[in-house]
Structure formats: structure tokens, C-alpha cells
Design a protein around this ligand. Structure first.
Ligand SMILES: Cc1ncc(C[n+]2csc(CCOP(=O)(O)OP(=O)(O)O)c2C)c(N)n1
Length: 644
């Protein structure tokens, strides 16, 4: 049946039996395809019936369906004619893992950062009203996890103020973010979930009281008049209704007819309305259901039947950090850990296990995490805020003014820094070096290997009068690259035979830099590779070192614009050093989803290409008159490092 669904219109005439069959087929298809490519399996298995119902009741794209975060939009993609794209899900040439406007007119919001959908929907609904597009409804599908984000509450506050706004908010409540959703809201939703709906209670009360002679009917009427009071006793759903948003629910999210009834009432309501739908993450797939930790929120390439990974991953950057923090935690009782709903993915799960009282999951609330960390530092703790690089973007103001202005001893650990690739433009961690470069008092480290993660983490935790930040990439950590020597904190990784080029390698690109230097040597070009480890503030000795070289080249896993190369150029300019600085990094663009290696290839960040650039740049005409008189920064008796 699935192959016959080319557009939402094909869903309309289907019988209940056919809809059940379609749901089963969609689940089998998702399990098979997502297991091959990796992706958000659990969330999508949970929204099969909900998405079918949405597309039967509403008319997309006339009616606009906005998915919060967008990781749960696979079923929507299947129902809007994109089945073929799943062959290469999240790969170049295939469909994206999130909604994507270039794929379909049914996709509206591409941002994969959580808690934005209510604001988008509010804006679209207001836009439709002001442009006389009154026949269009906006439907916002938001998870209980995404509801913990501050933006969701800012939006609700605005939505509720407009009693006529044609906005249907579908809360997809599966009780989980990655792990169980935490906090007061989660507790509140769970109360709504578990208490008998008050409408049911009223029906029941009516039945009972009507059978009670004389006093029954008046009592019922009095109770009905006190509707809200009863409602709060039976099912305390007052919060949404007190805000001014009509509440429907809870609805069984795997019963298409029940969801459709609720959506129809919501559609006709004529004002902002919230439909509370209860779903099960990982529905219909035993390995997902049995995954207590994350219900297969996001899987890599796995065996479709068992859900087990097909290849054994090497030790990850995340686990190096995770293990070291646990060790530090044993000696330092002031060290606490904070995650924004990503305990497992950031590696804080081990810390939580060892020190539950010192670990805080704040929900999808990076801004709160950052400012709360400043507060904890004030109180005498040293918080470690572990987030993905891309999600720190959201907490920039808090980092700048709550943490850095107050010189708070908070350490940020950014995982997935640099190009991540397959999750598309909004998941790349390519902005952090540029963003943090303009934050006074902040120290930033970019460790090149596991040993340097451990080292810089300890150094960071020793700084209590200023914020520190460590960034490292996604995936398996590369073998350690020992330094030839360390000068003023700068590691020399490869010594060139002549002073043609000083290659400043930032973070995990070190191996590529060393390999390119080795190849350039074969072509007669002397390249010395250094790794400053701490890129903010940059050691002043970098200037002394660079004086001797004809060219300086900087390689970094982040946008070139405002990145480390540009900071180094400025440092040289201010120091009066006239050495050209070339930059290898990411251009100022949004990068479409593809494998990291493919993107690096496109950008020319390969050993071969960098070697070619080094050779070309070394022969460019340029000379500095004073060069000969300048002190040689490196020991002349040392020869270049043997080729490996
Ligand atoms: C700002 C931000 N922080 C963290 C994430 C990572 N993340 C992706 S999905 C998710 C959980 C979402 O939970 P929920 O909204 O309930 O959706 P579900 O997966 O349960 O369907 C998180 C934390 C994100 N996308 N955006």
C-alpha cells in the first residue's frame, strides 16, 4: 500500500483496515531503511498514526504542518511522495534527515534546533490572518521534550493572547526527549496523561446523578457550572486553559480514529487549541522498545532485526571526555555536570551514574544551563556544561554576559564541533570558534587527540576565575599525536627542514596537517606544524615563532570568517609582523547534508589538496627584509621529524 501513496490525497478514501495495514508497512519500511543509513528511528516509529491522521484531516500544503526539531518528519516525507529518497536517507543525493524546502512544498521549517516550532507557527498564523488567507490552518507538532525549551514558552505566551488565532498545537507526548523528559512540565503532562479526562468524568457524573432522584440533576448542574473547578480536581489541565489555550485530550496516539476526532474538533474550534496525543517512542520495534536508555532516538547503521550496530566503533572523543570527567569528579567535589537533555550523547551518563547529586539534566534548555552554571560557579561549584557545538549558538548571550562578564569558572565542553555532515546545515558545529573568539575572558581549547582532551580538560578545571571551553569533533578519536616539543604551551608536531611555511593546526586536523607537511617535504617545501592547543587567548610566542617563516597557514574545522586564522592575522598585524596568513577552513555557507569526508573533499580539505596549496603558497613571491635578522624560534640543531 505504501508505494501507492504518492501524496496526502491518496490517504483520504482508505478504510480503517487499510490504514492499519499502511501503518504496519510504514513501520517495516522505516525499520529497514533507517537501519541501513542511520537516523531518528524511535521518534518516527512513534508518530506513524499521528502523521497519517494529520494528513487526512488537514490539507497540506494549504494547511501548514510545522514539525518541531523535524527529526520526526520521516513519516510525513513518506506520505508526501518521497519514498525513493529513503534509499539514501541523510546521504548526498538522498533526502535530508529533517524537513527541507528544496525537497517538497510540504516542508516549511528546516531548522533542527528544538523548541522553535511554536514561534514559527505563531508567526505563520498571524501572517495568514493579516494577508486574508483565512482558509489556512497552522498545525504545530511539538514533543514533550521540545516543550521544555524556553522558546516554546515565549511562543505559548503570545499564542494565548490571540483568541482568534487558527493554530492547532499537537503535543506529541512520549514522555521522552532522548531519555525521559524531566522537570515540572513533564510531571504536569504525566498528571494529564494518567488522570481520567474530565469530560469522561462529567459524562460519568451525569449518568450517576441523573439516576439520583430529586437532587441529582441540580447537583450535576452546579458541578457543571463549576466546570473549571472540577476539571482541576479530576485532571489538572488548568495550566493551558488558564493561559487561554483550549485543551483536548489526552488522546491515544496510535488510534487513528481517536486522533482524527480530536483534530476535527480542534480544526473547527476557531482559536488556539492544544491536542495532547500520547505516543510510544519506538512503537512496533522490540529492540527500540527494549532500549531503556534512548528508545532508539537516533541510531547508526544497525542490523534491522536486532538493532545492533553493524560495525564496532572505535573509542570516541565523547568517551575520552566522559571517562576523564568521572576521574576528576572523584577528587573534586566542586565539579558538577550539566546537560540540556542529552545525558548519553554528551557522555555525562557515566558522571551521572557515579555522582547523581552533582549531575543536572535541565531539559532542552541551553540558555538556562549556561546561566544556571554561572549561578553555581558563584556559589562555589565548578560546572561543566556539556553540549553539542551547534546548540551552544543558542546560549551565546548567556555565555557572553552571564558567564564571561562575571568571569565565572564554568567549563563548556562542546562535542560534535566542526563539520558533522549527515545531519545537514543546522547540525554542523562550525560556528563556535568564531563566536567564542569575541567573548572576553573566555579561554578556548581545541584538543587534537584524546590525550589533549584529558590534558586541556584538567587545565580548564584549574581555572576558576574565568570561563573555559573545550571543543572536539564527532566520532572516533584519532590516535594520539605526540609533540616533538612544547614551547610556551604550543606543541611542535612536525619540523620542516627549511622555514618555508609555519602550519598552525587547530584541533583534530592535526594528522591531516602533519601528513600534508610530510608530503610537502617530498616536494622540497619545508613545513613546520604547530598546535597551540589553546586558541584563545593565543600565546604571544606565536608571533616570535612565525617571524622566521615566509608564510603562515592556518587549518581549522570551522568557518574561516572570524575564525582562528583571522585572529592570528590580527595578532600579527597588531604586533607589526608582516607575514601572509593563508586560511584553510569552512567557507561562510550552509552545508547541505553529506558525509563529512565528502564535504571535506569538496572544500579541498584533504592531505593531497593541502599539500598542493602548501607547495603553491611557498613559491608565491613574498619576502620580508628583516627576516634574516630575526631570532630563530626553533632549535636549529634539531632536524625535521622523521617521516612516519
Ligand atoms: C536546541 C536543541 N538542543 C538539543 C537538541 C537535540 N535533540 C534532538 S531531538 C531531542 C529530544 C526531543 O524530544 P521531543 O521533543 O520530546 O521529541 P521526541 O524525540 O521524543 O519525539 C533533543 C534533545 C536539539 N535538536 N536542539
Amino acid at each position: 500500500m505504501l508505494s501507492e501513496i504518492k501524496s496526502p490525497a491518496d490517504l483520504k478514501g482508505l478504510s480503517n483496515t487499510q490504514l492499519d495495514q499502511l501503518s504496519t508497512e510504514i513501520r517495516s519500511f522505516l525499520i529497514e531503511q533507517v537501519s541501513k543509513s542511520g537516523g531518528h528511528l524511535g521518534p518516527n516509529l512513534g508518530v506513524v498514526e499521528l502523521t497519517i491522521a494529520l494528513h487526512r484531516i488537514f490539507q497540506s500544503p494549504k494547511d501548514v504542518i510545522v514539525f518541531d526539531t523535524g527529526h520526526q518528519s520521516y513519516v510525513h516525507k513518506l506520505l508526501t511522495g518521497r519514498i525513493a529518497g529513503f534509499e539514501k536517507l541523510r546521504q548526498r543525493g538522498g533526502i535530508a534527515g529533517y524537513p527541507n524546502r528544496s525537497e517538497s512544498e510540504h516542508d516549511v521549517v528546516e531548522n533542527s534546533h528544538a523548541s522553535t516550532a511554536l514561534s514559527w507557527s505563531d508567526g505563520i498564523a498571524k501572517g495568514f490572518a493579516l494577508t486574508n488567507q483565512n482558509d489556512r490552518t497552522v498545525i504545530c507538532v511539538v514533543g514533550d521534550g521540545a516543550l521544555t525549551g524556553g522558546m516554546s514558552w515565549e511562543a505559548l505566551n503570545n499564542i494565548a493572547a490571540n483568541k482568534k488565532e487558527k493554530l492547532v498545537i499537537v503535543v506529541n507526548d512520549n514522555e521522552r526527549s532522548y531519555s525521559p523528559t524531566i522537570g515540572g512540565l513533564a510531571t504536569y503532562l504525566s498528571t494529564l496523561r494518567t488522570t481520567r479526562g474530565y469530560e469522561k468524568f462529567l459524562d460519568w457524573g451525569k449518568g450517576v446523578l441523573e439516576k439520583t432522584p430529586v437532587v441529582g440533576q441540580p447537583i450535576y448542574e452546579t458541578l457543571h457550572g463549576m466546570k473549571k473547578g472540577i476539571k482541576d480536581i479530576v485532571a489538572p489541565q488548568g495550566m493551558f486553559e488558564d493561559l487561554g489555550i483550549k485543551y483536548f485530550g489526552p488522546v491515544d496516539g496510535h488510534d487513528i480514529s481517536a486522533i482524527e476526532r480530536a483534530l476535527l474538533s480542534a480544526k473547527d474550534f476557531g482559536g488556539p487549541v492544544l491536542v495532547h496525543v500520547i505516543t510510544e517512542k519506538g512503537r512496533g520495534h522490540a529492540p527500540a522498545i527494549n532500549d531503556e536508555a534512548e528508545k532508539f532516538h537516533a541510531v547508526g547503521v544497525v542490523d534491522a532485526e536486532t538493532g545492533q550496530p553493524l560495525s564496532k566503533a572505535g573509542q570516541s572523543w565523547t568517551s575520552v571526555f566522559s571517562d576523564e570527567l568521572v576521574k576528576i569528579g572523584a577528587k573534586r567535589s566542586d565539579v558538577v555536570a550539566i546537560t540540556a537533555a542529552m545525558m548519553g550523547p554528551t557522555g555525562l551518563d557515566k558522571f551521572e551514574k557515579a555522582y547523581p547529586d552533582r549531575t543536572f539534566d535541565v531539559g532542552i534548555a541551553e540558555q538556562h544551563a549556561t546561566t544556571a552554571a554561572a549561578g553555581m560557579a558563584y556559589a562555589g561549584l565548578h560546572p561543566v556544561v556539556a553540549v553539542y557545538s551547534t546548540f551552544l549558538n543558542r546560549a551565546f548571550d548567556q555565555l557572553l554576559l552571564d558567564v564571561a562578564l562575571h568571569k565565572a569558572g564554568v567549563t563548556f565542553v562542546l562535542d560534535r564541533a566542526g563539520i558533522t555532515g549527515d545531519d545537514g546545515p543546522s547540525h554542523n558545529g562550525i560556528w563556535d570558534l568564531a563566536l567564542t573568539g569575541i567573548v572576553p575572558t573566555l579561554h578556548v581549547a581545541a584538543p587534537r587527540d584524546g590525550e589533549r582532551v584529558r590534558e586541556t580538560l584538567r587545565e580548564a578545571l584549574d581555572i576558576s576565575n574565568a570561563p573555559t571551553l573545550i571543543r572536539f569533533p564527532k566520532g572516533a578519536v584519532n590516535p594520539d599525536i605526540p609533540a616533538f616539543e612544547r614551547r610556551d604551551g604550543i606543541d611542535v608536531l612536525y619540523r620542516g627542514e627549511s622555514a618555508d611555511i609555519l602550519l598552525v593546526s587547530i584541533g583534530a586536523f592535526a594528522q591531516v596537517a602533519v601528513d600534508a607537511a610530510a608530503q610537502a617535504y617530498r616536494e622540497g617545501v619545508g613545513v613546520t606544524v604547530i598546535d597551540p592547543r589553546w586558541v584563545k587567548p593565543l600565546p604571544k610566542s606565536l608571533v616570535t615563532m612565525a617571524q622566521r617563516y615566509k608564510k603562515v597557514v592556518v587549518i581549522e574545522d570551522g568557518i574561516k570568517h572570524g575564525g582562528i586564522a583571522s585572529t592570528i592575522s590580527e595578532l600579527f598585524r597588531e604586533s607589526g609582523l608582516n607575514v601572509p596568513v593563508h586560511s584553510i577552513g569552512v567557507p561562510l555557507e550552509f552545508l547541505e547534508h553529506a558525509k563529512r569526508a565528502q564535504i571535506l573533499e569538496d572544500l579541498g580539505i584533504t592531505v593531497q589538496n593541502i599539500t598542493r596549496s602548501l607547495v603553491t603558497w611557498s613559491s608565491d613571491e613574498f619576502s620580508v627584509d628583516t627576516k634574516e635578522e630575526m631570532p630563530l624560534p626553533l632549535d636549529e640543531n634539531e632536524h625535521r621529524k622523521p617521516l612516519r
